[in-house]
Design a protein around this ligand. Structure first.
Ligand code: MG
Length: 269
């Protein structure tokens, strides 16, 4: 082979290698997922699907029948409800996360709360006012930050929700677990039911459990749903994702989370 041919061949090889390297790094850039792209359909579902509205009405109708069936009690009657995605619809916060590529961020969440513009879930205001009119005291136990109390109460009061005051709204202080706050209500009330979009809103047996155990416990407690436990749909976020899909791992990168999600999809082939 002539020396000029060898040089040409080497240049061709070099060019090939450079092209291969640059396209690999470009592909890597392209597949790095945005923090919340995977929630687009869930957010659209909550904001658009008539089926979502129907499920909310179905839940509140079950809750109303529970009150209608309630008998006499020595103690005053009460119910305990979560707030986010059970009373208030925060999907505009989730929408912002998608459009601005934002993972959950405390300051963003507080900014959204300060808007005081969360709408009530379909059927929520009518149901809680009905409970109030029937002498059932409404207690709200939420893991919103305690510093969000004032704007949360204002948002709720503006919607016409009953018991929107500091004696009935218990936000998160130093722990996400809700049983100690439920116990405060249980000391002097007969609690008819618990309402929430997250199983830990209903009972501490679900706290910290992964996917398999959560499903087993739900099967064991099947009779309670629609009766003592009223569950609301939330396909955007919850323990089903953080403790279930990601198994409580907090330090995964967006790419790792994407891999974990894909690895857990069940396919027939
Ligand atoms: Mg909630």
């Amino acid at each position: 082979m002539k020396p000029s041919h060898v040089i040409a061949l080497l240049l061709l090889l070099l060019n090939f290698l450079l092209t291969a390297c640059s396209s690999t790094s470009r592909e890597k850039e392209e597949v790095t997922p945005d923090a919340k792209d995977h929630t687009v359909l869930a957010v659209l579902w909550q904001q658009n699907a008539a089926e979502y509205r129907a499920l909310c009405y179905q839940a509140f109708n079950s809750a109303k029948r529970k009150i209608q069936r309630s008998g006499l009690s020595d103690q005053p009657l009460a119910l305990i409800t979560d707030i986010d995605e059970t009373v208030l619809d925060n999907s505009p916060y989730s929408g912002m996360q998608i459009l601005y590529d934002r993972a959950f961020d405390r300051e963003d969440w507080i900014e959204w709360g300060l808007q005081k513009s969360a709408k009530a879930l379909p059927g929520a205001v009518a149901f809680f006012r009905y409970a109030d009119s029937m002498g059932v005291e409404v207690f709200y136990i939420s893991n919103r930050y305690e510093e969000q109390l004032a704007e949360t109460l204002e948002n709720m009061a503006a919607l016409g929700l009953p018991n929107a005051d500091a004696e009935h709204v218990f936000l998160k202080t130093n722990s996400s677990e809700k049983q100690s706050r439920r116990d405060r209500v249980l000391e002097e009330h007969h609690v008819l039911m618990y309402l929430g979009d997250n199983l830990s809103d209903l009972s501490s047996v679900f706290d910290g459990q992964g996917t398999v155990q959560r499903n087993l416990l739900v099967d064991e407690l099947a009779e309670a749903f629609g009766d003592r436990f009223i569950v609301f749909p939330n396909a955007i976020y919850g323990d089903w994702e953080s403790k279930g899909i990601y198994e409580s791992g907090r330090d995964w990168t967006d790419t790792q989370r994407d891999s974990i999600r894909r690895a857990k999809v069940v396919s027939y082939k």
